[in-house]
Ligand binder design. Structure first.
Ligand code: GAP
Length: 497
């Protein structure tokens, strides 16, 4: 249960994200689109740094993993074979009093009676299955019949009675879930899904990638990309969204390696979070009990994080056995077997899957980094400082460059020279407006780990030995050191690597 303090803490984080351009509500000027978010200038940098680091350790630094980037639009047959088209659902409950809609597990229970979390009413509907898949249609739609078509697709009406012959459309939903709409020209419009996870395109491309990469078991295929779920109740800021990104690895292996690799990947993934600055004390590994696990999984760990709104899943590490490949082999009629050169055996590999959410990890990074401390203002008086203590590796801006005064031409020119020198190596920000203390605060608030000030010493005006040196300030300790401009790239590159 989150306390009011946790809620206030979360509100501060949400406000900061908007105020400083990390995350905005999607379609905000039209009232917002629930469950969808836009990342602003700083949010997109943070997200990229996270994805790049994941890619680096999961693909580039390993010999046994290759990457792929699959399509979002997915053939219904893929998701029928995987079980999503039929069984990817949550239990839905409506409150008859306040008309709110909830996932069954979000209901609060008092003395055994379930109540609406918003108004407390016990007048709620029975739970019913709600499929989480989002669908769309491909093929050209005659604009004159589009409205009728949309209504039909949603199953709301039959063909409009007054429609002309050309604009009439006939819609049928056949057993294989395709919605075929035939217009007089004979064109067909087909239903396709927006993928609910990136994993399925990896399974479907398994054979192609195996043949091209010539990898031997165990080996993995990694992917980062968008996934879509029609969540009943998106909430907790970006935590549960309808459109989000995943970072998934499908690591194929022999059946006898599955349990050991499950353990291995759990440890690897915990190390990853440590390496991006998420403290181990706020991470928890939950071994998912038999009754909660997918029937085909022989073991699953949820890696959970202590968000201000409670302990919640960040990533799942699951041993999925040979279920997915077998399903696709059966449904497609194509062999997805692996041939072992040494033993001359053919078999369908098993798979261990670490599956992390990009948006959830970004949110965890922001929650982890947010802090307030006391720091002296321009006149030495202590004031509250808001600081995002991002690990330098994932911080959106790595370094800010400031001339001490903006009305001194030589200082400005030198600062711009330092700025240009650093730009090809890292994302740097130049700021000359306001008092230097204010400029530091603005950078602290967005988590910039280093600040460089070009002052009169840099120009060699006070002490010739200090010429072409700058002060380098570290965000968390606020300590300053004197550094040669020529050493900056090497020094900073090591600290942000
Ligand atoms: N391929 C396995 C799979 O998709 P999942 O537990 O449903 O497993 C994996 O999703 C991760 O994707 C979650 O741990 C979470 O980080 C992220 N995720 C899932 N649904 C999400 C949602 N609605 N909004 C944001 N992230 C989500």
């Amino acid at each position: 249960m989150s306390t009011p303090t946790d809620q206030q803490h979360m509100e501060k984080i949400v406000n900061l994200c908007k105020r400083r351009g990390f995350i905005f509500q999607a379609s905000e000027i039209y009232g917002g689109l629930n469950g969808a978010w836009d990342y602003g200038a700083l949010g997109v940098e943070l997200k990229r740094n996270l994805k790049n680091y994941w890619w680096r350790v999961m693909v580039h630094e390993r010999d046994d993993v290759v990457g792929m980037d699959g399509a979002i639009l997915t053939h219904p047959a893929v998701l029928k074979a995987s079980g999503h088209a039929e069984g990817f659902s949550d239990l839905l409950i409506d409150c008859r009093t306040c008309k709110s809609r909830w996932r069954a597990d979000q209901l609060v229970g008092k003395k055994g009676a379930r109540q609406c979390p918003r108004c407390g009413s016990k007048d709620i509907t029975e739970p019913r299955e709600f499929n989480l898949m989002l669908e769309t249609h491909i093929g050209s739609i005659d604009p004159r019949s589009a409205a009728t078509y949309a209504e039909q697709a949603a199953g709301l009406t039959s063909v409009a009675s007054g429609a002309t012959v050309e604009s009439q459309i006939l819609a049928t939903r056949s057993d294989n879930q395709r919605l075929d709409v035939t217009r007089p020209a004979g064109e067909q419009i087909a239903l396709v899904y927006l993928r609910p996870e990136t994993a399925q395109s990896i399974f479907v491309q398994f054979k192609n990638i195996l043949e091209v990469s010539r990898k031997k078991l165990p080996f993995g295929i990694a992917q980062i990309g968008k996934a879509f779920r029609n969540e009943i109740n998106p909430r907790n800021f970006t935590f549960r969204s309808r459109e989000f990104e995943q970072m998934e690895l499908e690591y194929f292996c022999r059946p006898e390696q599955g349990m050991e690799l499950l353990e291995y990947w759990k440890e690897e993934r915990l190390k990853f979070y440590d390496d991006i600055g998420i403290s181990r004390s706020k991470l928890h590994v939950r071994s998912v009990p038999d009754e909660e696990r997918a029937f085909y999984s022989k073991g699953t760990f949820d890696i959970e994080y202590d968000f201000p709104f409670g302990r919640q899943e960040l990533e799942g590490v699951a041993y999925r056995t040979d279920y997915d490949l077998l399903q696709h082999q059966k449904a497609s009629g194509k062999s997805l077997e692996y041939f072992d050169e040494e033993t001359k055996q053919r078999f369908v590999p098993h798979v261990v899957e670490p599956s992390a959410g990009v948006d959830r990890t970004v949110l965890a990074l922001i929650c982890e980094a947010y802090s307030e401390d006391q720091a002296p203002d321009e006149k030495g008086k202590m004031e509250t400082r808001v600081v995002l203590r991002f690990h330098p590796r994932i911080a959106p801006v790595k370094c800010a460059v400031f001339p001490l005064l903006k009305n001194k031409e030589l200082l400005v020119a030198k600062a711009k020279e330092v700025f240009d020198r650093l730009r090809p190596h890292m994302f740097v920000f130049y700021d000359e407006s306001g008092a230097i203390g204010r400029r530091y605060r603005r950078q602290d608030e967005i988590g910039t780990p280093f600040g460089i000030t070009v002052d009169f010493e840099t120009l060699g005006e006070k002490d010739i030995t200090l010429r072409d040196t700058v002060t380098l300030r570290e965000r968390d300790s606020m300590k300053q050191e004197r550094v040669k401009i020529s050493d900056l790239i090497d020094l900073l590159s090591v600290r942000i690597a």
